[in-house]
Ligand binder design. Structure first.
Ligand SMILES: Cc1cc2nc3c(=O)[nH]c(=O)nc-3n(C[C@H](O)[C@H](O)[C@H](O)COP(=O)(O)OP(=O)(O)OC[C@H]3O[C@@H](n4cnc5c(N)ncnc54)[C@H](O)[C@@H]3O)c2cc1C
Length: 412
């Protein structure tokens, strides 16, 4: 039996796990060192990216990555001083960049993200958080048909999974999205997806939903996990010891040091990402989109226009860099030449990424500590399903999904 459960981390994964565990009748306390949605779940692009089944590590990624990393006008940045520490992760990441492993990762990703909109609706139905979830179409915005065709490998995998784009070219692009300037000449649109209207407010409301439904939330930093005879008996926090019978570790990138306390060195690195949030924009697009050339997403949110993306490989201890923010700013001006706004907010966050682009979900050894982290670029999309799977496991139910790809012990 799971008894008293502590969930560590109030990002989308921890919040979803806590709510579904509470609905399963468990006594649940959710802890966060900084507050609900303080990590990556706050500032992401807000896409329910159920089409994002193709991992970053596809065949050819190393050659492209090297070319990009050496060119400041491309959407991949590297903190070279961190490179020696990154290298072991990068080598494992590169080892998966072949057709066989890419297809294995696609299978794992499809199962965890393919029904994301329905999962968010199930999590929020009838609650105060429901208003932040909305359905939408999603487009990749290309500068030419040739650029679309250059992405043929990824589109072939998407087509195999049933994601077949509707292609618009020429004047039809601006008819569909009047805000786009002439730089964009090809839109590949996928119908029937969704997005979040304000990720930060969504996280705050999910924390309130947990409490509305009888769960507990407390601001506290977990510093250690106490085991007796190899099983968890409590956590040590900056607010004292808290006993528990089971824990869910959903601390995003910060799960790595807590895993080390359990004796496991998980290859988890931060793909640092950025957003510019335009307040009081003069225009917003009808639907979210991805600007393919600069690799940032554009989302019409309730409180402004968010442009978020890029990857910077580096340390979580260093502050934001200017170059990725400049790239998003220049890319926005290029594709939306008529956009004006009242102000811009800047943000940086850490995507918690494994070398096989798959999260860790399930019990770590036989410790009673259950992993729910490592969701890289798709954590907002996959969080509610991850939480539901864990709640099922801890309630003795067998989830209707093959959990082998997410085995929490696969790196040990
Ligand atoms: C620029 C950018 C754009 C993105 N866009 C999208 C998108 O459109 N769609 C999508 O699906 N995903 C997107 N992502 C990825 C997504 O945001 C993450 O995968 C997801 O938010 C991870 O959620 P999480 O709950 O695992 O971690 P986090 O949201 O990082 O939450 C971890 C929480 O744990 C807390 N914590 C850490 N250590 C401790 C401790 N010791 N004790 C207590 N609490 C602790 C932190 O304070 C934090 O609140 C994007 C990411 C970035 C950076």
């Amino acid at each position: 039996m799971s008894g008293k459960i502590i969930v560590i981390g109030a990002g989308i994964c921890g919040l979803s796990a806590a709510i579904w565990l509470r609905r399963g009748g468990h006594e649940v306390t959710l802890l966060d060192k900084d507050g609900p949605g303080a990590g990556a779940s706050f500032g992401n692009a807000g896409l329910l990216a159920q089409w994002a089944i193709v991992p970053v590590n596809t065949p050819g990624v190393i050659a492209t990555g090297l070319k990009y990393a050496l060119n400041p006008r491309k959407p991949l940045f590297v903190q070279w001083s961190y490179f020696p520490r990154l290298l072991p992760w990068l080598m494992k990441f590169a080892a998966n960049a072949n057709d066989t492993d890419t297809r294995r990762m696609v299978t794992g990703l499809t199962a965890i993200i393919g029904d994301s909109l329905d999962q968010h609706l199930a999590l929020t139905r009838g609650t105060r958080a429901e208003k932040w979830v909305t359905s939408s179409d999603f487009s990749y915005a290309y500068e030419s048909r040739a650029d679309f065709e250059a992405d043929a490998y990824g589109w072939a995998l998407k087509r195999e999974a049933g994601y077949v784009p509707e292609l618009l070219e020429g004047g039809a692009v601006q008819e569909a999205e009047p805000m786009l300037g002439p730089a964009i000449r090809c839109l590949a649109t996928l119908k029937g997806h969704g997005h979040i209207l304000n990720p930060g407010a969504y996280m705050a409301d999910l924390a309130a939903v947990l409490q509305d439904e009888g769960g507990h939330y407390m601001q506290a930093e977990v510093r250690d996990i106490t085991l007796t005879d190899g099983r968890i008996v409590g956590v040590e926090t900056d607010r004292g010891s808290m006993p528990c019978d089971t824990a869910v570790l959903a601390a995003g990138i910060w799960s790595k040091p807590l895993m080390r306390k359990l004796g496991m060195n998980v290859p988890l690195e931060a793909e640092r990402g950025y957003h510019l949030h335009f307040v009081g924009p003069s225009q917003i697009p009808r639907n979210p989109m991805m600007i393919a050339r600069s690799k940032f997403a554009v989302n019409p949110m309730s409180h402004g226009l968010r442009c978020a993306g890029t990857v910077e490989l580096g340390s979580i201890d260093k502050g934001p860099s200017r170059a990725p923010l400049n790239l998003i700013r220049q890319g926005t001006a290029r594709v939306f030449p008529d956009l004006t706004y009242d102000g811009v907010e800047e943000w940086m966050g850490f995507r918690p990424s494994t070398p096989d682009s798959l999260p860790l979900i399930g019990e770590i050894g036989q410790t009673g500590v259950h992993a729910a982290f490592g969701h890289q670029h798709i954590g907002l999309t996959a969080g509610p399903k991850t939480g539901r799977i864990l709640a099922d496991l801890l309630s003795g139910k067998r989830p209707n999904i093959d959990l082998a790809p997410y085995n929490a012990n696969r790196f040990s």
